[in-house]
Write a new protein. Structure first.
Length: 207
C-alpha cells in the first residue's frame, strides 16, 4: 500500500464519515442490531456510539492500522466489547453461523471484491441473521444525468479515496449473494453533491 493510501486516506475518511449529516443515518442503520455483531469496514469507529443496547459484542473487520488506532478512544468508550477481529472482509476468520447481525456502512463501495465479502458475511451469519447496511452507489435510473457524472468521476474518486466506487448497486449485490432485502430506502445525502451522495439504506436477511 502507498504512503497516501496507508496514512492519508484513513484521515480523509475519518473526517468525511464523521460529518454531522451522517449521525442520523448511522443511528438508523444500527437500529435493530442484536447479539454478536460483525462489522465490516469498521473504519475509525463512528458507529460505536449508535450500537443499541441489544448488541452484546462486536467483531470489527478493519484493514487499516492507522484507522484502528484512530478508533481507540471510541472503542474504549463503547458500552459493549469491540475487538479487532480481522483485516479482510473477503476472508473472515470465523466459523459458519457465528453471528446474529452484521453491519456495513459505506464499505461495499471500496472492498475490491464486494461479492466475495457478502458471501463471507452470509456464511458467518446465523440463519435468519440480518445485515444492516448503508452504501453509496449508482443513482436511481431516472437520474441519468447524475449517473453520467458518477461514471465520469469514479476513476478519480477511486484514486483519491482508496478504491471507492460510485456505481456499485448494493441491493443487486446483496440479492446475488443470496440475501433477501426486507427493508430499503434510496435517497441523496443532505448537503452532498448528488454524484457522491446517492445512498441506499436497508436490512437484508440471511436464509
Amino acid at each position: 500500500m502507498s504512503i497516501y493510501g496507508e496514512y492519508v486516506v484513513p484521515r480523509i475518511l475519518n473526517a468525511a464519515c464523521g460529518m454531522k449529516m451522517t449521525v442520523p443515518l448511522r443511528r438508523r442503520v444500527c437500529a435493530g442490531l442484536r447479539g454478536e455483531v460483525i462489522e465490516i469496514g469498521f473504519g475509525t469507529g463512528h458507529n460505536v456510539a449508535h450500537y443499541p443496547g441489544t448488541v452484546t459484542g462486536v467483531a470489527a473487520i478493519e484493514p487499516s492500522d492507522v484507522g484502528w488506532r484512530m478508533a481507540a478512544e471510541r472503542v474504549r468508550a463503547a458500552t459493549v466489547p469491540v475487538r479487532r477481529s480481522g483485516l479482510d472482509g473477503q476472508s473472515l476468520p470465523f466459523a459458519d453461523d457465528s453471528f446474529d447481525s452484521a453491519l456495513s456502512t459505506w464499505t461495499l463501495c471500496t472492498i475490491p471484491d464486494a461479492d466475495a465479502a457478502l458471501r463471507e458475511v452470509r456464511r458467518v451469519l446465523k440463519p435468519g441473521g440480518t445485515l444492516h447496511f448503508i452504501e453509496h452507489g449508482l443513482a436511481p435510473k431516472e437520474d441519468e444525468n447524475v449517473r453520467r457524472w458518477q461514471r465520469r468521476l469514479e476513476p478519480l474518486n477511486k484514486r483519491l479515496l482508496g478504491g471507492c466506487h460510485l456505481t456499485r448497486q448494493a441491493v443487486d449485490m446483496l440479492t446475488t449473494a443470496g440475501f433477501t432485502v426486507t427493508e430499503v430506502d434510496t435517497f441523496y445525502e443532505e448537503g452532498a453533491p448528488r454524484p457522491l451522495g446517492a445512498d441506499t439504506l436497508g436490512v437484508a436477511v440471511s436464509p
